[in-house]
Design a protein around this ligand. Structure first.
Ligand code: AKG
Ligand code: FE2
Length: 296
């Protein structure tokens, strides 16, 4: 199964109470193994236990304590996390070389829509540089840590190296300022083209902690914490970005972008999203995924 499936191995929701309990128990000196055993006795599934233990914030004293295993202490630094600074509800964010408009915000899931993010010249420049390098999109296979063609994703795509050309470099610097996240923590920019009929079925962008290939993937930069989708060319019909958990659809308007954050690899973030089928014309997007650490 790919990381980008709409399903999760976790059928038991992890409540805030449970998370608090885990933190308290670790803080009181109980070992992760003893917590695991008591959760097992109370009927928790193994994968739900993993999610509960994984969900301890890295900055909590419990995660730093000597009883917490290294894997806990290494979990995402959830504070700070990537995202625009919207203190005071600004209409614009000054990102150095332009003023990006804040068009819409949603708290849960965390979604922010931006206007004036890219110029027409930047959109066309990315398309032109990507065009001859497109191939059928792969998704990261969490079973193996490798990549595979996936029927859920029928776009064509490619990745730029970070800073590969002047436009990519300029856009990455802008994103770093906009989302307050170091350039080095971002994956290379991905460009996707959707022709009529192509789509990307609803999925999560984080790597499912329950899948066997995930630890291998996380060695390079840790989890994904957020996504910035930038629309380079709008289709004539169809192709909106959907968030099915909240019934939101965002039009793929050229030059605009949408950021969404997920502070833990859990469906409870309601970050399920997809690209609905393009019905007429072509849709082009660029995606920047933000990791918890430097992505080398
Ligand atoms: O094309 C879209 O609207 C969604 C793309 C997406 O979800 C992704 O690249 O991860
Ligand atoms: Fe996605």
């Amino acid at each position: 199964m790919s990381s980008n499936k709409a399903t999760s191995s976790t059928s038991q929701p992890i409540s805030a109470d449970l998370r608090r309990w885990v933190i308290e128990q670790l803080g009181a000196g109980h070992s992760v193994e003893s917590l695991r055993q008591s959760m097992r006795k109370s009927g928790w599934h193994e994968d739900a236990i993993d999610v509960a233990l994984f969900a301890v914030p890295a900055d909590s004293p419990a995660a730093q304590s000597s009883v917490a295993p290294a894997s806990l202490a290494r979990q995402p630094a959830r504070s700070p996390r990537p995202g625009p600074d919207l203190e005071g509800n600004p209409a614009y964010l000054d990102v150095g070389d332009r003023r990006v408009e804040v068009l819409m915000t949603l708290q849960d899931p965390r979604v922010v829509m931006f206007g004036n993010l890219l110029s027409d010249e930047e959109c066309d420049g990315l398309i032109a540089a990507a065009d001859s390098r497109l191939s059928r999109s792969l998704t990261v296979e969490t079973k193996t840590g490798g990549e595979a063609v996936n029927q859920d994703r029928t776009s064509d795509g490619m990745f730029f190296e970070r800073g590969e050309n002047e436009i990519v470099h300029r856009i990455e610097a802008r994103i770093a300022r906009l989302l307050n996240w170091p350039v080095e923590y971002g994956e290379g920019l991905q460009v996707l083209r959707y022709r009529p009929g192509a789509q990307y079925r609803p999925h999560y962008d984080y790597f499912d902690p329950g899948e066997p290939g995930t630890p291998t993937i996380l060695r390079r930069g840790g989890q994904r914490l957020g996504t910035l989708l930038m629309y380079l060319r709008a289709p004539e019909q169809g192709g909106g970005t959907v968030f099915p958990d909240v019934g939101v659809e965002i039009a793929a308007k050229r030059g605009c972008g949408v950021f969404f954050g997920y502070d833990r690899p859990d469906p409870g973030t309601r970050s399920l999203h997809g690209g609905s089928p393009v019905l007429a014309g072509e849709k082009w997007v660029a995606t920047k995924w933000l990791r918890e650490r430097e992505f080398k």
